[in-house]
Design a protein around this ligand. Sequence first.
Ligand SMILES: NC(=O)c1ccc[n+]([C@@H]2O[C@H](COP(=O)([O-])OP(=O)(O)OC[C@H]3O[C@@H](n4cnc5c(N)ncnc54)[C@H](OP(=O)(O)O)[C@@H]3O)[C@@H](O)[C@H]2O)c1
Length: 343
Amino acid sequence: MGAEELVEVVLPGPVEPEGVQLRHRAVPSPGPGQVLIRMEATGVSFAEQQMRRGRYYDQPALPFVPGYDLVGTVLAAGGGVEPGLTGTRVAALVKVGGWASHVLVEAADVVPVPDGVGPAEAETMVVNGITAWQMLHRKARVRAGQTILVHGANGGVGSVLVQLARSAGVKVIGTASARHHDALREQGVIPIDYRTEDIAARVRVLAPGGVDAVFDHVGGRGILDSWQLLAPGGTLVSYGSASTRDDTGSKQLPVLRLLGRVWLWNALPNGRHAYFFNIWAGRALAKNRFRARLRADLSQVFAALQRGEVTARIAAQLPLARTADALRLAESGTVAGKVVLNP
Ligand SMILES: NC(=O)c1ccc[n+]([C@@H]2O[C@H](COP(=O)([O-])OP(=O)(O)OC[C@H]3O[C@@H](n4cnc5c(N)ncnc54)[C@H](OP(=O)(O)O)[C@@H]3O)[C@@H](O)[C@H]2O)c1
């Protein structure tokens, strides 16, 4: 790899954003079945906000290089990899390791980024787009004419989800802080301020018969309302516990509680469905099926982006050397869209 050097961001322990460290080392060569990606864009996800507090459900052992997803160009391929991949732009979901100038990934895990889609744009769609697409079309299986409630409608996942839902002809009620309401209305979303309004009461007025699906990343006690707001035959998709991010104590307990509730609700003969969505579900048991599904779904999201049905929302772009600022910004609650990191 010549004199090129790899730069990566290390999370040394539970630290404030300023505690992340930059590390330099030699660029590795791809092994059999691997590709070496020169990163063009990675990003700050909610997961890193939890990981830096040591509060991610599946917390990686510290120290480690965070970075849930990335987009970049394939620089080199190891043995057994289709040679045509080299030089192409790809996206990858990695959970950790994305905050680096160069990243080794299994070739089977990369998804091609179509021509005309820029790296930062594509980056906003990887973990967020896969999550949004799969919850909407694989779990809730929404149809035109239905009404859904989306919590955090301005967030990374939420903003992609509402756009995909609108393009599928679905009526969307979305919760967000008031400063995001104008932008939501422009997208055809009916906004509710989760900080000041009684969400359940408003939804009952807007959808007296209940909603066909609720997407809830907030967890906590509010999940009861999410369940009760469902119309007969409706689906609750729980996928996070944002309300407990700053709690102390067990990091698994809030999610285990949600899993227990979802299991119980599903077991009751009430005609409604509840899921806890996990983007990694099925990977350990059937890796190739998992990959095929992920590739198909992310490709659908990229196609929607190309058709203009979904717009990438880039809150800011900062270099890896300014990861601390990027984290602060992402956690400030003041920005709309994804905070993207560049090499
Ligand atoms: N299960 C999975 O496989 C999976 C995959 C991906 C993501 N997720 C989860 O999805 C969630 C969203 O991730 P993201 O990257 O989209 O985050 P993000 O961009 O930071 O967005 C978070 C959103 O949540 C809202 N919010 C924050 N705290 C809240 C609270 N206490 N009550 C209600 N709303 C709150 C924010 O609204 P304001 O800006 O208006 O405050 C914002 O709209 C996270 O909880 C993450 O863990 C789960």
